[in-house]
Design a protein around this ligand. Sequence first.
Ligand SMILES: Cc1cc2nc3c(=O)[nH]c(=O)nc-3n(C[C@H](O)[C@H](O)[C@H](O)COP(=O)(O)OP(=O)(O)OC[C@H]3O[C@@H](n4cnc5c(N)ncnc54)[C@H](O)[C@@H]3O)c2cc1C
Length: 461
Amino acid sequence: MTHVPLHDRPDLQVPGRWLRPGAPGYDTARRIWNGMHDRRPAFIAPCSSPEEVSEALRYAARTGLEITVRGGGHNVAGTAVADGTLMIDLSPLRTVTVDHAARVAQAGGGCLLADLDAATTPHDLACPAGVVSHTGLGGLTLGGGYGWLARKWGLTCDHLLAAEVVLADGSVVEATEDDHADLLWALRGGGGNFGIVTRFTLRLRPVGPVHYHTGVYPLAAAQDALAAYRDFAPSQPDDLHTVGALKHAGTADWIPAELHGRPALFLTAAWFGDPDDGPAHTARLFDTTGPAATLVRRMPYAELQSLGDHGEPAGHRYFTKSCYPTDLTPETAAAFIAAAQEIPSALSSIDFEYLRGAIEHVPEEDSAFPSRGAPYIFTASSQWTDPQQDTPNIAWPRRSIERLAPMCTGGAYVNYLHDEAPGRVLEVYGTHRHARLAAVKKAYDPANTFRRNQNIPPTPS
Ligand SMILES: Cc1cc2nc3c(=O)[nH]c(=O)nc-3n(C[C@H](O)[C@H](O)[C@H](O)COP(=O)(O)OP(=O)(O)OC[C@H]3O[C@@H](n4cnc5c(N)ncnc54)[C@H](O)[C@@H]3O)c2cc1C
């Protein structure tokens, strides 16, 4: 039998705005952030309304074509795009409106974090979200959403008040605390399994200038600095967020020349209380850890949100593994430093942050997000450009996180899952939460239409 490519079948008429292979714009639209994923959908359906999303889902149901959903295109595992499928591209859905008095934003399902911040920060408001402004709000919120404000206010999914969702059958519902409350619960951390969110209703928090303090340490001093950080971290007020990274030092003026281009430890503290109180709080960290040099600045919140934008550009190759260490013991710190000594690319880093604060104050029952009590998250992120170097750069995060595994909870952040063994999603959510998510899935997507993701299959009938 002759195989007729789907896009050549005249019986399957598609809207003129959809892109097929060879159409102008197709190659740009199929590209996502991680250059590892060079995939060719059968069609790309740019959607600017829930009706257009419904139309795409109904077409997929009629033809049996599998779908993928693209928010900001930043999922490291590349779930937004797949060969021979229909990519439902939400990137035209980027409108944000802000109700200043109610401290609520309505954000389109294809927004980037930059779109949200651009609309909210002129009101001195923000929704806590991630640390790189070109990340998609959709995937980040549905998987959780760690960021600078997480200890003070909680995760992005904790700020999800309601969502307009297009379900697998093309119908549109509004999930709120009163209506489809089970769906809203699942959207707060259960990923893109339940429907396509075309509008997020998000609670906003007041933000002002941020006191920012960062320090660098030679690798030889990292073990002692991490020991001091371990003592300091649990005593931080929730207004303080501290993060660390082991990576090759850049050539910024404030970094001593002898560290340029060498693996080094960075610790960074950002204070979100009264900025005048910040220096005393951040100095407490740096007085005890003895950095080689520091940089201190007061900056607008919006500037902080884009500080990380240039370090992880679209089109490079990326591979990520993460875990939740139960403590930053000397053994954990040593494994962390050993990983830094083996970094195969000067663009890669192993990052960590101390969590807790408001993240763990949110009642377990309010969301599907697991691992609220984890004290630390570690992420090994490989970044490189040459496909010939894939093997060592994929091996390094795997090896680094495997080495840490005995010191970790066994959980992982669903938004950082990449190339996992079968059953990993079940481990991440735990049996009870996973079963509840599978029941919600059965109610809203019984045929598992939304399966090109960190998948939660419906409870079997
Ligand atoms: C440079 C960079 C920085 C990051 N920083 C952080 C950080 O600070 N904190 C953090 O928590 N995470 C961070 N992440 C991880 C991020 O949360 C995930 O990569 C997330 O999947 C990105 O969402 P996206 O919409 O861009 O992804 P996409 O690749 O577009 O989508 C991923 C999946 O999410 C689902 N999805 C997306 N939008 C929708 C929607 N509107 N409705 C239904 N399903 C949808 C779909 O299943 C889709 O396959 C970062 C990632 C990158 C690449």
